[in-house]
Write a protein that binds this ligand. Structure first.
Ligand SMILES: Cc1cc2nc3c(=O)[nH]c(=O)nc-3n(C[C@H](O)[C@H](O)[C@H](O)COP(=O)(O)OP(=O)(O)OC[C@H]3O[C@@H](n4cnc5c(N)ncnc54)[C@H](O)[C@@H]3O)c2cc1C
Length: 467
């Protein structure tokens, strides 16, 4: 899914189990045995739930580490994230899981400062009251925020972070059209667009207003305000802990999931010989695009559900830098200022213990449209382009001759919650997509972040247990 460079990835590398040594597994055709495809946080959450219900569970993962899009890396003593960057205080299920796993002492609050770049300056956008104080947008345009607050109140009952399908009645327009009608161009281009681009690599034209309202409501729902969080040794600590006492087979690619008279047949490759495993039920916890490859026998309506999900793309350039300004953790770049950069994060501000004194990993994220247009560019040219753009916009952040340089790519970064996706989720919630013994999990079902993936995994396991 992504190209890896020479960095060390801090992942859970259980001893590799050659596929042919899984012969015992091919016996698992009693009703107690379940297979989970994918050891991202969705798959691991599903597996934990199934095991708690007394099932025998095997997780099959094509990569040689767990975590999927939650990967922490280390280079020259500097720790940084390759995928997911932070947790949010409204991730109630994720935080409960962290407590269950005994990881509470590893949680670290991230200093709450994010800024938007406009006309040569950084404007602090957050913590919360700053959006009212900042000079980023004109006062009369700030007033249009009251329309958003009114919308949140009007649709409150539909905005449920654990049940995205409920927002289907307001999945009627994209954020760009919605802003043109009810907000302001400035609010769109200097607040909403950079936030959607910097966090999800999406455009407002391909984001449903339902998604915007769900996320805003979640962000404003905590009486203590929104807090971003990380784990001391990086976010991959979470999938590692989730996988700890599960039977996870790494470097095993599932090629097909087929029905047979007593359950399902899972065909794998990854060892010297292909293997067939029989089980009573399967949770497929991959990205949506993988499902039609594994289950081409699904009917056209079901296949269309998975094929309709589109993903944003991004590329990340991580450089080792010294003496960067330490005033903000996250920087957001509006498309009106640059077509190339979406956001940047300073890993040393985020977690001062993640790097040796005086240096840190500085991560630059490419915008979705630029990553699509430039995906054939080689790593050196991509890095040079991003660095020269950074130098043009914010010379104080330009690392000069960096201590190290690393490019990583995500061709499937975040599933787009575009207009129509909530209707698809409603179809899914009505039971039109899954089959007895076969359920699906992933952030494209549960919400485009770690919380959504975990919730979707647990819910997919519950549905499997009910069948
Ligand atoms: C750059 C980036 C930044 C992000 N930032 C944040 C953030 O700050 N906060 C946040 O909450 N979320 C963030 N996210 C989103 C978050 O990482 C994802 O929503 C979440 O990790 C998805 O989990 P998942 O289990 O659904 O999918 P994945 O993590 O994609 O897991 C799917 C797994 O299935 C495996 N697989 C696929 N096909 C097969 C096969 N045939 N056989 C066996 N295994 C297979 C894959 O290798 C993978 O391990 C970010 C994502 C990216 C890419």
């Amino acid at each position: 899914m992504r190209r890896k460079g020479a960095h060390a990835i801090i992942g859970h590398r259980a001893a590799r189990v050659p596929v042919q040594s899984m012969s015992s597994v091919s016996d698992i055709h009693d009703s107690n045995c379940m297979i989970v495809v994918g050891a991202g946080v969705a798959g691991l959450a599903a597996a934990r739930r199934l095991r708690r219900a007394g099932k025998r569970v095997l997780v099959l993962e094509q990569a040689d580490m767990v975590g999927g899009r939650v990967q922490t890396a280390m280079i020259a003593g500097c720790q940084y994230e390759l995928g997911a960057e932070f947790l949010a205080s409204f991730y109630t299920r994720t935080l409960a899981l962290i407590a269950e796993l005994g990881l509470n002492h590893e949680l670290r609050p991230i200093p709450s400062r994010a800024a938007v770049f406009r006309a040569g300056r950084l404007h602090t956008l957050w913590p919360n009251p700053r959006v009212a104080l900042t000079r980023l947008i004109r006062t009369r345009n700030k007033l249009s925020l009251s329309y958003l607050v009114g919308s949140l109140m009007r649709h409150n009952g539909l905005l449920d972070l654990q049940r995205f399908a409920r927002a289907y009645p307001i999945d009627d327009t994209d954020v760009s059209t919605y802003a043109a009608r009810h907000l302001s161009d400035e609010l769109l281009e200097y607040v909403l667009q950079p936030a959607l681009s910097g966090i999800f690599y999406w455009t407002p034209e391909r984001t449903s207003r339902a998604l915007l309202l769900i996320v805003l409501r979640a962000g404003l729902s905590r009486p203590t305000g929104l807090q971003l969080l990380t784990l001391r040794k990086g976010l991959n600590q979470l999938p590692q802990a989730m996988a700890h006492d599960l039977d996870v087979r790494q470097a095993v690619r599932v090629r097909a999931v087929e029905r047979y008279s007593h359950g399902f047949l899972v065909r794998t490759s990854g060892g010297a010989a292909p293997t067939e495993l029989r089980c009573a039920g399967v949770v497929v916890a991959t990205t949506a695009a993988v499902v039609p490859q594994l289950c081409p026998w699904l009917d056209a309506d079901r296949l269309e559900f998975f094929r309709a999900v589109r993903y944003s793309r991004t590329a990340q350039l991580t450089v080792g830098a010294a003496n960067l300004p330490q005033s903000h953790y996250g920087l957001l770049f509006p498309r009106r200022e640059t077509p190339f950069l979406a956001s940047a994060t300073l890993q040393g501000v985020k977690n001062p213990h993640s790097s040796p004194p005086g240096r840190e990993a500085f991560c630059l994220h490419m915008s979705g449209p630029a990553a699509n247009a430039l995906h054939e560019l080689d790593n050196d040219r991509l890095a040079a382009l991003m660095l020269s753009e950074l130098r043009r916009l914010l010379p104080a952040y330009y690392p000069g001759d960096p201590l190290f340089r690393q490019v990583s790519r995500w061709p499937e970064a975040l599933p787009e919650f575009d207009v129509g996706h909530f209707a698809r989720l409603q179809h899914f919630a009505e039971g039109a997509i899954e089959l007895p013994g076969l359920t699906f999990a992933g952030d494209y079902v549960g919400g485009p972040f770690i919380e959504g993936a975990i919730v979707s995994g647990e819910q997919a396991a519950e549905r499997l247990l009910q069948l």
